[in-house]
Design a protein around this ligand. Structure first.
Ligand SMILES: Nc1ncnc2c1ncn2[C@@H]1O[C@H](COP(=O)(O)OP(=O)(O)OP(=O)(O)O)[C@@H](O)[C@H]1O
Length: 408
C-alpha cells in the first residue's frame, strides 16, 4: 500500500507517463506498469505528453528518443522543469546509444535499448525509482544535517592519474578554497566532491548537491537562494535555498556551465561576499559554505562566446581537478568491476565472484562513452540478468555492443 511522507506527498512514485509513437510499445509498457501498480498515462508524441504532464503529477517518464515532433531529450527537459523530482528513462535503438549517454547528461536516469525484454524494462525502472527515492531521502536528511550519506565504495585506483587525484583530494580537502572539478559525464565528479567533503573538517556538516542543468533559470535561482513568501505566484511559504541548507558544510553545484547570466551574477556575489538575499527578500543572509563546482562543458569556449563570466570562472577555478575519461585509465577497470560486482551481488542475492579473461578483455577495450556510470550500469545489468547460480562473468552476459568491440 502507498505510504504518505511527512510533507503529505506520496512516498512511492505512482504516476508513470509513456511517450512513444509506436502503439505496440505503448501497449506493452502500459500493461507491464499497470500490473506493477502504476497509474499509467500514454502519449503518441511529445506535445501530447507535455499536455498530460501539465495537468498531472509525473513521477516516472519513459520516453522514446526519436519521435516526430519533439525528441525524447527535449521532452525530458520540459517535464523536469515542471516535475524536477521525476525519474526519466529513454528508449532507443542500438545505433543511437551515444545519444542516450548524452540524454543521461541531461537528466535521464537510464536507457532501454530496443528490442527490449520485459523483465529488463521492469528491473531498470524499479532500480531507477528506488535510487531516486533513496537519493532524495538522503539529500533531504543531509541538508537538514541529520544524517550523512554512507561513504561510497571507492577502492584504491590503479592508474597513476587517479592516484594523483586522490593525493590532491587529501591535500586540498582541509581548506575552504573553491574547487572546480572537470571531466566527462560519469567520470566520478560528484564522488570526488563527496570525498573532499568527507575528508574536510566540515564532514559533520551537510553536503548539499544540486544539478544546475535540470532546472530552468527561475527555478534554479529560488532553489539556490530560497524565496520569501509571495515572492512569485505559487510561493505560498518562505523557503530556504541550498546555500542556507549547506551552512557549515559543502555545496556541490553540478553542471555549472549551464547557468544563466543572471544566476552567474548572484553566484559571483556569494563567492565574493559570502552573502545574498532570497528571491523577493530584502534581508541579507550570510553563510559559511565551501563551494565545489563541476562541469563537463568547455568553460573557456563559453567565456569566449560571452556565455560564461570570466570573473566567475576565476572565482571558481581556485583549485582545479580534472578527471580523465575511463578509456584513458583502463587500468582502473578491473578494480571498478570488482567494486560493482560486490555491490550488485549483495543487492541482488547473486554470487559472481570472478570475471573470465575474455570478458575482462571486452570490458577493457570498450570505449565507455558514459564512463564509470556506464560501467556500473553494465555490471548491474549483468548481475540482475544472470542465472542465480552463476559464479563467473562470461562474455555472453555482456551487451552485444561491448562484445563486438573485442570481436568475441
Ligand atoms: N572510483 C569510483 N569508484 C566507485 N564508483 C565510482 C567511481 N567513480 C565513479 N563511480 C560511480 O559512477 C557513477 C557516476 O559518478 P558521478 O555521478 O560522480 O559522475 P559525474 O562525473 O558527477 O557525472 P555527471 O557529470 O553526469 O554528473 C556514480 O554511481 C559513482 O558512484
Amino acid at each position: 500500500m502507498e505510504t504518505a511522507s511527512k510533507d503529505g506527498t506520496s512516498a512511492q512514485p505512482r504516476n508513470l507517463l509513456i511517450a512513444d509513437d509506436e502503439q505496440n510499445i505503448r501497449r506493452v509498457l502500459e500493461a507491464i506498469f499497470k500490473k506493477d501498480g502504476y497509474q499509467v498515462f500514454t502519449a503518441e508524441n511529445g506535445l501530447k505528453a507535455l499536455e498530460i504532464a501539465s495537468s498531472n503529477t509525473i513521477d516516472v517518464l519513459v520516453t522514446d528518443l526519436i519521435m516526430p515532433d519533439m525528441n525524447g531529450v527535449e521532452l525530458l527537459q520540459k517535464v523536469k522543469v515542471k516535475h524536477p523530482n521525476s525519474v526519466a528513462i529513454m528508449i532507443t535503438a542500438y545505433a543511437t546509444i551515444k545519444t542516450c549517454v548524452d540524454a543521461m547528461r541531461y537528466g535521464a536516469a537510464d536507457y532501454i535499448t530496443k528490442p527490449f525484454d520485459v523483465g529488463e524494462v521492469r528491473a531498470i525502472v524499479k532500480r531507477c525509482v528506488e535510487r531516486s527515492t533513496e537519493h532524495r531521502e538522503s539529500g533531504a536528511a543531509t541538508a537538514a544535517g541529520t544524517k550523512k550519506r554512507p561513504a561510497s565504495a571507492v577502492s584504491e585506483p590503479a592508474s597513476p592519474a587517479m592516484k594523483q587525484i586522490q593525493q590532491m583530494i587529501s591535500r586540498v580537502a582541509a581548506s575552504r578554497a573553491t574547487v572546480l572539478i572537470r571531466g566527462e559525464s560519469g567520470t566520478g565528479k560528484e564522488l570526488v566532491a563527496r570525498s573532499l567533503h568527507q575528508q574536510s573538517d566540515r564532514a559533520s556538516g551537510p553536503f548539499v548537491a544540486i544539478s544546475c542543468a535540470a532546472l530552468s533559470e527561475t527555478l534554479l535561482e529560488s532553489e539556490l537562494f530560497g524565496h520569501d513568501k509571495n515572492a512569485f505566484t505559487g510561493a505560498l511559504a518562505e523557503k530556504k535555498g541550498r546555500f542556507e541548507m549547506a551552512h557549515g558544510g559543502t555545496l556541490f553545484l553540478d553542471e555549472i556551465g549551464d547557468i544563466s547570466p543572471s544566476v552567474q551574477i548572484k553566484l559571483l556575489r556569494v563567492l565574493q561576499q559570502r552573502e545574498f538575499e532570497r528571491v523577493g527578500g530584502t534581508k541579507t543572509i550570510k553563510v559559511d559554505v565551501r563551494l565545489i563546482a563541476a562541469t563537463n562543458a568547455d568553460l573557456e569556449q563559453l567565456i569566449k562566446h560571452g556565455k560564461f563570466r570570466e570573473d566567475l570562472y576565476y572565482r571558481l577555478d581556485v583549485i582545479q581537478i580534472v578527471l580523465p575519461p575511463l578509456r584513458e585509465r583502463a587500468e582502473d577497470i578491473p578494480i571498478l568491476v570488482d567494486v560493482f560486482l560486490d555491490k550488485f551481488n549483495r543487492e541482488n542475492g547473486r554470487n559472481i565472484s570472478s570475471v573470465s579473461p575474455e570478458a575482462m578483455l571486452a570490458l577493457s577495450v570498450y570505449s565507455w562513452p558514459g564512463n564509470v556510470r556506464e560501467l556500473e550500469n553494465v555490471i548491474e545489468r549483468c548481475t540482475v540478468m544472470s542465472d542465480p547460480d552463476a559464479t563467473v562473468l562470461l562474455p555472453s552476459m555482456l551487451p552485444t555492443m561491448i562484445r563486438e568491440r573485442s570481436l568475441l
